[in-house]
Design a binder for this molecule. Structure first.
Ligand code: NAD
Length: 360
């Protein structure tokens, strides 16, 4: 298969972790007989330094011509970097919002996995963490409260702020379909999260999800109110497979789910549009505090590359080979500094990448 991948190394630790993900992908390509082409482009601070803007039209064009985008992370130290003295629309993060919009990425996927080898980092009680968990939070990315009309008005000397939460049937249906498609490839369970006891937008959400469900008889659907879901994530996270939810609920729940894994350097993510195209990146930022020291954990980016193989290219076996290689390396006791614990062997970013490459 020909795989045409646009790479955005980005800023901070971005170039270091992308180099390791490429190493692993090249090994997969070699082993499974694929032809992989990488086109590197600039975004964020690196693009500001080179072109004066965080994202150029040329970069967007390269991304659109590719099958998928693999990104490191963008941005600098928000207190000290001169990038943050620029107008908001010229700062590194503006590039991120623009590329998501230009590529019409509406579904954000964040797996939260507790590896048995890293159970010690989980802040939950041992009787809960011992069961492990492996869930995927699927968040609608382009609608809801963050994109609705908003205003602040003053009446009779009193300020009133108004935000609008809007969803169309179509916006709900397209993400519900993605959610069921993905659950079918996993353990076959969708938990749709809403606030249908209060919100009209949630009642429509529930109605449309119920309409989509019969097309996927092999997937079990349950509905859960968002406040209950927030509790269940810390009470019994093992019950979840795919959590399907709207923009703001997903924003909050995905951060909660990542915190219960306890390891930010391990968390992958993907943002998809309605074709097979996706942008794949670690959930963490550019970690300027540790950039250039070869100590960053590249696993979140390597697992994002595995998601790319699975969701854009349908290469499930190759994706599983990466996931298994990561587990094998953890099982042997190798750790980067962020996930280090007593009795383990501490390695740097590039050595971790090489170990995973060798384990493919
Ligand atoms: P961060 O995730 O970069 O760092 C938080 C802490 O986690 C730091 O102590 C860092 O050293 C550590 N850390 C993060 N990733 C790690 C890894 N792979 N290995 C080891 N340790 C790791 O968050 P922040 O400090 O709030 O943000 C730094 C910059 O990243 C900011 O400019 C922010 O805007 C940007 N950012 C970018 C994205 C993105 O590109 N999608 C996402 C979040 C933050």
């Amino acid at each position: 298969m020909n795989l045409n991948i646009c790479c955005i190394p980005g800023d901070g630790i971005g170039p270091e972790i992308i180099a390791e993900a490429k190493k692993v992908l090249k090994k997969v390509a070699e082993k499974y007989g694929h032809n992989m082409e990488f086109t590197d482009v600039l975004m964020g601070g690196a693009s500001i330094d080179a072109y004066g803007v965080p994202l150029t039209d040329e970069t967007i064009a390269v991304a659109k011509e590719s099958d998928a985008v693999l990104m490191g992370s963008i941005g600098g130290d928000t207190n000290t970097s001169p990038w943050y003295e620029l107008e908001p629309h010229l700062r590194p993060e503006a590039g991120l919002l623009k590329i998501r919009k230009s590529l019409n990425l509406f579904a954000n996927l964040r797996p939260a996995v507790l590896y048995p080898q890293l159970a010690g980092a989980c802040p939950l009680k041992e009787e809960i963490s011992a069961k492990g968990f492996n869930m995927l939070i699927m968040r609608e990315l382009t609608g809801g409260l963050y994109f609705g009309e908003r205003k602040t008005v003053e009446e009779n000397g009193m300020l009133t702020a108004i935000d609008t939460l809007t969803y169309t049937e179509e916006e709900i249906r397209r993400i519900a379909v993605k959610g069921f498609e993905i659950a079918r490839k996993r353990r076959g369970k969708v938990t749709s999260v809403d606030k249908a006891n209060v919100l009209d937008s949630s009642r429509l959400w529930r109605k449309v999800v119920n309409q989509v469900a019969p097309n996927y008889p092999e997937v079990t659907l349950e509905h859960m109110l968002v406040d209950n879901c927030a509790m269940q994530l810390v009470r019994d996270p093992a019950q979840f497979d795919v959590i399907l939810t709207e923009n703001m609920f997903g924003d909050i729940l995905s951060d909660e789910a990542s915190m219960v894994t306890g390891s930010i350097g391990m968390l992958a993510s993907a943002s998809l549009n309605d074709s097979r195209f996706g942008l794949y990146e670690p959930s963490h930022g550019s970690a300027p505090d540790i950039a250039g020291k070869d100590i960053a954990n590249p696993i979140a980016t390597i697992l994002s590359a595995a998601m790319m193989l699975k969701f854009t290219f349908d290469l499930d076996e190759e994706a599983a080979a990466i996931e298994k290689a990561v587990e094998a390396v953890l099982e042997k006791g190798y750790r980067t500094g962020d996930i280090m614990s007593e009795g383990c062997i501490q390695v740097g970013c590039s050595q971790m990448g090489s170990l995973i490459e060798e384990a493919i």
